[in-house]
Design a binder for this molecule. Structure first.
Ligand code: FES
Ligand SMILES: [Fe+2]
Length: 459
């Protein structure tokens, strides 16, 4: 097969300007050789979001993260310090912490890590503190040779991030400009409301791209069309990208995710939209916003202009939350508008942000089959201190009613896209230059790391 050779070929007519029409070949989605190249050139080079800081609050709390052949332990080594190590014993290479069957990671609390094979023992800083019969090595077991392999770890936005490349750039500069654009939303103060994961029969990029744009909303989520026009833009932002809605008619700028329902009476339409979203997504809004929307018809006279309905709705929800100790950050309306509704963090994490909630997706390969991935959905909200729910990752397969009805509409495209891309008759994707630039930007950046799959000019 010529696939490996093709990975090293220079791209022909690489597209510089993603606002122009481009096409992306299917190699990155369907080639096993491409996936093998990803392990070394992508997954071992980039910063990866691996969990939340609040999941490991106490010294000794740890979690693991696995991608392809690599497994990493992230542990709170001190009150103010996280450490990360390759999850492999220095003695003869046994995985140090096992993942419970059926789980995607291990999570727990330890004072030290003891290997199950010959009981080599490591402290929370990764130093080998005990190797039975160490004297047999006659002094050759140096601290340097026996300690666990270190992995870079840092935090931003309340998430823990790791990088397997010791020479990688710092997390903060890697995340820009997304980090600066999202900082005002204070995502680190949010806590998980629910989180679910599943296996999907598609490449991890197909799964991520299902949420990379709003162009699919009219066809995939027709029920939403009764509440307004869900068209929007997508913009490349260096390694990352973001998406947002075009400003609705009659309003000067978009209110990003917290938007009115459109219709004859915005009071009624907003209440109906909020009710629909709570019932069918249970994300992207909060109970406080839905309750405040339901009161709009009593609070405001018929004929109240849309911009005043929006202001009243958000002001009263903000007040209701403040009275129970939930303080929304104040973000300039122009910043809310320019930040959009979601950021695609290269390569595999999306943050759908708002001042009081967030909806996040991530995906990664499931073994070396390019047609399979692990997909995760996590929903965050602001909670009164001490009332944060305790959540765990719930394996929730396709068809499980707990996904409600909107996300399954997105899932329904994933395996079908993967099947279509493998067809001999498919000539490469045609991402919309205005609305799906996030997709072409992903492939432009993947090509920089992996060396293949560059978007090409369409004409
Ligand atoms: S492989 Fe871990 S103690 Fe021997
Ligand atoms: Fe969708």
């Amino acid at each position: 097969m010529g696939e490996t050779a093709e990975l090293n070929q220079a791209p022909v007519q690489a597209a510089e300007d993603l606002a122009e029409a481009v096409t992306v070949g299917v190699e990155a989605y369907v080639s096993e050789d491409y996936l093998r190249a990803e392990r070394d050139r992508l997954w071992r080079k980039v910063w990866l979001q691996v969990g939340r800081v609040e999941e490991i609050p106490e010294v000794g709390n740890f979690l693991t993260y696995e991608v392809l052949d690599d497994s990493v332990i992230i542990v709170r080594a001190a009150a103010d310090r996280l450490c990360a190590f390759h999850n492999v014993c220095s003695h003869r290479g046994r995985r140090l912490v096992d993942t419970p069957a059926g789980d995607k990671r291990a999570c727990g609390s330890k004072r030290s890590f003891v290997c199950g094979y010959h009981a080599w023992t490591y402290n929370l800083e990764g130093r080998c503190t005990h190797a039975p019969m160490a004297e047999d090595w006659k002094g050759a077991l140096t601290e340097e040779r026996t300690r666990l392999g270190e992995v870079k770890v840092d935090t931003w936005g309340g998430w823990i991030w790791i990088n397997l490349d010791p020479r990688s750039e710092p997390l903060r500069s890697y995340l820009e400009p997304a980090a600066s654009m999202l900082d005002p939303f204070q995502l680190q103060n949010m806590r998980c409301k629910w989180r679910k994961w599943l296996h999907v029969d598609c490449n991890w990029k197909v799964a991520m791209e299902a949420f990379y744009e709003t162009y699919h909303v009219p066809a995939t989520h027709p029920e939403f069309m009764q509440f307004g026009i869900y068209t929007g833009w997508a913009r490349a932002q260096d390694k990352h990208s973001h998406i947002g809605y075009d400003a609705p008619k009659g309003l000067e700028e978009t209110s990003a995710k917290l938007r009115l329902g459109s219709g004859k009476d915005p009071r009624v339409a907003t209440a109906e939209m909020q009710d629909y979203i709570m019932k069918h997504v249970n994300a992207v809004t909060t109970q406080t916003l839905a309750d405040a929307a339901r009161r709009l018809v009593d609070d405001l006279p018929e004929g109240t202009p849309a911009d005043q309905v929006l202001k009243h709705w958000l002001d009263s929800a903000r007040r209701d939350d403040a009275s129970r100790g939930v303080i929304w950050p104040t973000v300039e309306p122009s910043h809310v508008a320019s930040s959009g509704t979601a950021w695609q963090i290269f390569p595999n994490f999306q943050i759908g942000h708002a001042v009081n909630n967030a909806l996040c997706y991530s995906a990664r390969p499931h073994g070396y089959d390019p047609n399979k991935c692990i997909f995760e959905v996590a929903v965050y909200e602001l909670f009164p201190s001490g009332q944060e729910p305790k959540t765990e990752w719930e394996y929730t397969p396709l068809g499980d009613a707990r996904w409600l009805s909107v996300l399954p509409q997105d899932f329904s495209n994933m395996a079908a896209v993967q099947q279509g891309m493998r067809s001999g008759g498919f000539r490469g994707t045609l991402p919309n230059p205005y609305r799906e630039q996030s997709v072409s930007n992903l492939h432009r950046n993947l090509a920089r790391y992996v060396g293949a799959g560059q978007p090409r000019k369409l004409v």
